[in-house]
Design a protein around this ligand. Structure first.
Ligand SMILES: NC(=O)C1=CN([C@@H]2O[C@H](COP(=O)(O)OP(=O)(O)OC[C@H]3O[C@@H](n4cnc5c(N)ncnc54)[C@H](OP(=O)(O)O)[C@@H]3O)[C@@H](O)[C@H]2O)C=CC1
Ligand SMILES: CC(=O)N[C@@H](CCC(=O)OP(=O)(O)O)C(=O)O
Length: 337
């Protein structure tokens, strides 16, 4: 059994992880933590659908605890704000505890992008180089002790466009245009006016400056125009990515690029209908669909932001890192529907 803990287990993505770990037969959930200011309470008090199913105590986290966990815990999953993840990661690594980080703290290779896109100076640029970014369907090298889980929007649109870009089907001078709509859980569990029920309709935000733009550009190896949107549903992301194809690209070439990329990839489904977030909510899948008109291609992809966009993708990476079946723990519903 791989002994694991979750930091941020009271939040939306940390709660999903706690549930996934508890049902993964290869992992043991040894501890669940929230912020230092919180009183300890059972997970099932925070997420009542888990009464009598997951009653582990969610306890306040302090860095001093890391030392007491040395030799008792193999891996910590961090579902924390970016700066909190960045600060606690070296503390855990120093105690021999591996880290799977769901935040953006270690996603970008270039530390100079952090002030511009995250609003703070990165304090551990050495760890940025050590971390491996775990877009698992495209991961070819072994995973190290520090795994950086991709962001939700970058997962949806990178899975959609990489099959085409990798085999040269996207025109060299094309700047993909990506519009993606997220459900409100993307903003986390804490209360805020702009994500409260009566305030959310459908709006675009983060024009040109969203932190996922450089992450998507790092994945695709080219500039993009990325515009996120917030929609009035709980969970899921629908991304619509538009590209210009290399002249003469046939329908067969596109089909073959997608099928070759995702043959034997159990969490990507190439579907024959335009995906609906309702169909992937609560599942670990990414559904992908496309339509071509001459040299123009629209690719639609849908994921659950909290699962394939966060907790399920983190579990997928940890399963592989520890030599377990890739999808262990991933099927069986969600913590918060
Ligand atoms: N929501 C999403 O769709 C996705 C989120 N992510 C990433 O996952 C991370 C968590 O996001 P999300 O679940 O939405 O956030 P939430 O706001 O729902 O939860 C954050 C959790 O972190 C805890 N926390 C905050 N600060 C600290 C700290 N300094 N030390 C210990 N615990 C702390 C909170 O504790 P308390 O409850 O006590 O305040 C809470 O349990 C973020 O980095 C986010 O970018 C990644 C992909 C998708
Ligand atoms: C709707 C909403 O607010 N979404 C968040 C993205 C979700 C998230 O937490 O981002 P990561 O995937 O990088 O961890 C945002 O736009 O900042």
């Amino acid at each position: 059994m791989v002994r694991s803990i979750v930091l941020g287990a009271a939040g939306y993505s940390g709660a999903e992880l706690a549930v996934i770990l508890a049902r993964n037969p290869y992992f043991e959930l040894c501890g669940a933590y929230a912020s230092a200011g919180r009183n300890a309470e059972p997970f099932s008090a925070l997420y009542p659908r888990y009464q009598q199913q997951l009653d582990i105590l969610v306890q306040p986290w302090q860095d001093a605890l890391a030392k007491t966990l040395q030799g008792k815990v193999d891996v910590a999953f961090l579902a924390l704000p970016h700066e909190a993840s960045e600060a606690v990661t070296p503390v855990l690594l120093a105690q021999g505890i591996d880290v799977v980080d769901l935040s953006g703290a270690f996603r970008l290779k270039n530390p100079e992008l952090y002030p511009q896109y995250y609003g703070y100076e990165h304090q551990h640029p050495d760890l940025l180089q050590e971390a491996v970014y775990s877009l698992m369907e495209w991961q070819t090298t072994p995973l190290p002790r520090l795994i950086s889980v991709p962001g939700c929007y970058p997962t949806a649109c990178s899975l959609a466009l990489l099959p085409l870009i990798k085999v040269g089907l996207v025109a060299e001078n094309c700047i993909p245009v990506i519009n993606a709509t997220s459900g409100v859980s993307g903003a986390g569990r804490k209360a805020a006016l702009n994500t409260s029920f009566c305030e959310v309709g459908l709006n675009a935000y983060g024009f040109f400056k969203h932190r996922h733009r450089p992450e998507i550009e790092q994945n695709l190896g080219r500039k993009v125009v990325f515009t996120p949107h917030l929609g009035n549903f709980k969970r899921g992301i629908l991304a619509t990515s538009v590209v210009t194809l290399t002249a003469g690209t046939s329908a067969d070439a596109i089909k073959s690029a997608f099928y070759q990329a995702y043959a034997n990839k159990p969490l990507v489904r190439l579907v024959s209908h335009s995906p609906n977030v309702a169909d992937i909510a609560g599942t670990p899948f990414c559904d992908i669909y496309w339509q071509q008109d001459g040299d123009q291609l629209v690719v639609v992809s849908a994921i659950d932001n909290l699962l394939k966009g966060a907790a399920a993708q983190a579990m997928q990476a940890a399963n592989v890192r520890f030599g377990k079946p890739e999808t262990a723990g991933l099927f069986g519903g969600a913590a918060h529907e």
